[in-house]
Design a protein around this ligand. Sequence first.
Ligand code: ADP
Ligand code: ZN
Ligand code: MG
Length: 633
Amino acid sequence: MKIPPPPNGEGRPPEEQENRKRQLRFIVSYLVVGLLGMWIFQQFILSPLLVRQIEIPYSEFKSKLNAGEILDVTLDEGRIVGTMTDPDTSARDAPALPFTTVAVPEGDPTLIELLDANGVTYSVSPPASPVGGFLLAYALPLLLIGGVWYFGYRQMRGLRGAGGMMGVGKSKATEVKPETIGITFDDVGGADEAIAELTEIIQFLKTPERFSRLGGRIPKGVLLVGPPGTGKTLLAKATAGEAHVPFFETSGSEFVEMFVGVGAARVRDLFEQARKVAPAIVFIDEIDAIGQSRGGSVRIGGNDEREQTLNQLLAEIDGFQSTADKPVIIMAATNRPEILDPALLRAGRFDRQITVSAPDLIGRLQILRIHTAKVTLAPEFDLQRAARITPGFTGADLANVVNEAALLAARRSAEAVTMADFEAAIERVVAGLEQRSRVMNERERTAVAYHECGHALVAALVPHADPVAKVSIVPRGRSALGYTMQMPTEDRYLLTQPELEDRIAVMLGGRAAEYTVFGQISTGAADDIRQVTQLARRMVTEFGMSGKLGLVRYSSQQYQFLEAGDAPASASPETLRLIDEEVQSIIEAQYDRARALLTAHRAALESLAQQLLQTETLDGAAVQRALAETAGS
Ligand code: ADP
Ligand code: ZN
Ligand code: MG
């Protein structure tokens, strides 16, 4: 197996779940209250209206009539209701017992005679209007509950930031004080451009007249965009710590509610608060929760609400009340700028967009300095090298690695964190925990060893692959039975076609080795195959690297910063088939190449695999040595 690229920090933002939870909580409490109300209504209002009666068979009624125990009756349609003497007490003045019985379907012709004969008072009730009963049993409670609902709804809609019923329309944003934050721009590494921009924004706030003197307009909004874990939230916190103006902090998910209008009320309230103390900054983290393109995907319950909230936000940004000498600047962060509503991004709203990307070498060095400041490092710890071996890591990844390294050193009861701890921590973050307890049988271990050596050897043999840093058959994480770790030597922003092809060959080296050595293949290459397919497909549909398909983009993949799965291509069925064929042919060519390389260096493969089975891990030098030693044979 090949190790996956460094984890992407947080993955999907949690606000969606948060919303769902909130809605669920609301529905459950609504149901509970509703049912309780219904029950109370039935128990205490409806029941006392209906007198409890004993149901007796018609025959018993007849015999009681003959015995003179029936006192009076009312003849209803199909039913006879009346009172009789209590059969348990024979006393004459015992209280009369109400009873009811079902009348004979065709009517009893002798009944009236019998009643007359026994001197029973009888009356006939007029046919009951069916509407009355229905009203009592269903319409009334429904009306009651509906009324409560409507009342709440009105309250929330009509809110003018004043709180209203249970304060739902109140913004949950909190004003953060710089003292309590204690984060400044010195705590953010590798984001010099972003910091420069934000410093300027702070200047705008403090001395707006300086900028508006020449007729310039102060920007209204700043949008921080970038992949997860690159420090957007951190930058916002640092801005709060540096600005020394009131800073309101909230998250997009705070505004997404079940009731239409609540989010909008909260936006209104937030800006009202901010304007009172202007100049001020309002920060909305993960703004994509409200800023999503309108009319996009249909969401149950939330769509109308989302639109209103967004509209309110737009209105507030444009706000008439925000005067030049008392500006309110809105700051927001997102890792999905592509789904934001265009209206939000148009000029005059989020005028400034600051891209926060994964740090380069110098940036990583700065970030590592910041995060190792509180860690005791061994004297020989080489921060430069640490930064060099972590290309593609975000600030959050680096913070995580430093922390893991410190924990590993503490577990060894060491005095200081060494480079070895740091490297082990990288492996741990990238590949997951070692699972030495997972026992593989000898046959499987051998298969894994050859598989990994296949990756390592192909990596060493193709011209453009990153050098191998480590080969291991210690199982890690949930699925990796072994892994080959390659260390890029520099940050790469462009990859050429030969480099991509080499990458594919390396990823297929594992499967190729299994086939070359054992003549049979296993499930061990599943993850390699997944990655290879993804890469080859992108070469064809996104990078225009297939001669047959040309320079056309066939992928509808839309995420800029998040890894998305294979997006369905928009193309005719014939083109789709052609894409599949091209993907397959790229992969097949590289598989053949990997197999040819391994067949040619079979001796090195054998020697390397045997070493690996003995020692469980090998470094890059061992791979080179094995190749050099067997070069002659
Ligand atoms: P984002 O909001 O972009 O997803 P965060 O700001 O929440 O990322 O970053 C998470 C953590 O990662 C921060 O608390 C900090 O410890 C670390 N971090 C991220 N970027 C940087 C950076 N540029 N400099 C220093 N630390 C960083
Ligand atoms: Zn593999
Ligand atoms: Mg964040």
